[in-house]
Design a protein. Structure first.
Length: 317
């Protein structure tokens, strides 16, 4: 069997058993082809690769100025791939297992403060058009739940309705998120009201009552049958601009980060935030602890009696 066959077999297994997304599939394939090309150039065989070969590959990537974050991903891919080859009895050791991931500082996500989110939502209250009512429902839903933008736009109406005939909305519902993982979504009364208001005008966005459109909460004439992520991002930026906020700082992803950060500042446990965001790995959620550290430092600076004493002394001179 050639290494290309192994790669295809691996990708099929990851899709069938782990339900990886299309993006993850493309990413795994690219990483493995890159490694394969390196081995060919060095006249090495995949099934005979050693720890030293993998280390040489990493040095090669670093010499080509590849970012530490990208190198991390490639190492993780190789570890998973060689585990698969071991499970299929093609190898009996994992040459990537002992490789340490290079350290890198994640860029801290931008985050709106609570007042900025209120300004945005209050602006949406003033727009009484069908589009305005829809946008208000979407922004409330995104900020109240921490949904990914792809999960928000493709939300099915059946997911949120307790009763189709009365149009009663559930405050707790489940979705199939990234990697086809099911998770609970919890929303507040304000969001329930915003969605209830929107449901009265939803029919204006159903162009031809096609089966494809009817099932989605935010239907559209797009190919998928629901509003595109790009369209929502543009509407959100326009709302930010109209409400006097810096629109360059606002995106669906920033609202999701704001949801998580505000929960952490309010005392929520990191594991709870991990569940709500649908992160497979707590390591992904831990970026918010950096934000909390900054918040704690500011709080300490402003509230500690010794700091207050020093400030008042400085002002008196």
């Amino acid at each position: 069997m050639t290494s290309m066959n192994f790669i295809e077999q691996f990708l099929e297994t990851m899709t069938a058993e782990r339900g990886i997304s299309k993006n993850s599939y493309v990413s795994y394939k690219r990483d493995l082809l890159d490694f394969n090309n390196f081995l060919l150039k060095e006249k090495l065989l995949e099934l005979q690769a050693t720890l030293q070969d993998v280390q040489n590959y990493i040095m090669y990537l670093a010499s080509n100025k590849l970012a530490a974050r990208s190198i991390n991903r490639k190492i993780s891919t190789l570890k998973t791939y060689y585990e698969f080859l071991i499970s299929e009895r093609h190898m009996n050791y994992n040459p990537a297992l002992m490789i340490d991931l290079p350290k890198y500082r994640s860029a801290l996500p931008d985050c709106l403060d609570i007042d900025e989110v209120k300004i945005l939502i209050n602006y949406c209250d003033t727009d009484k058009t069908s589009e305005g009512i829809r946008l208000k429902a979407m922004i409330n839903l995104l900020y109240a739940s921490g949904l990914r933008v792809s999960e928000l736009v493709s939300l099915k109406i059946a997911s949120i309705l307790i009763d189709q005939s009365s149009g009663t909305i559930s405050k707790v519902f489940t979705i199939n998120g990234k990697g086809n993982k099911e998770r609970a979504i919890i929303i507040n009364d304000q969001t329930v009201l915003a969605i209830t208001e929107y449901l009265k005008v939803r029919k204006f966005f159903l162009k031809d009552q096609s089966d494809k459109q009817v099932i989605y909460l935010f239907p559209s004439a797009s190919k998928q049958g629901y509003m595109t992520r790009q369209n929502f991002a543009l509407l959100l930026k326009q709302a930010a601009l109209n409400s006097g906020l810096d629109h360059s700082r606002i995106s669906p992803h920033v609202l999701r980060h704001s949801f998580a950060t505000h929960l952490l500042h309010g005392g929520a446990d990191l594991r709870v935030i991990q569940e709500l965001l649908g992160h497979a790995d707590i390591g992904t959620t831990q970026i918010y602890t950096h934000l909390q550290t900054e918040h704690l430092k500011k709080t300490l600076d402003n509230c500690h009696p010794l700091n207050r004493g020093l400030k008042s002394l400085n002002h008196s001179h």
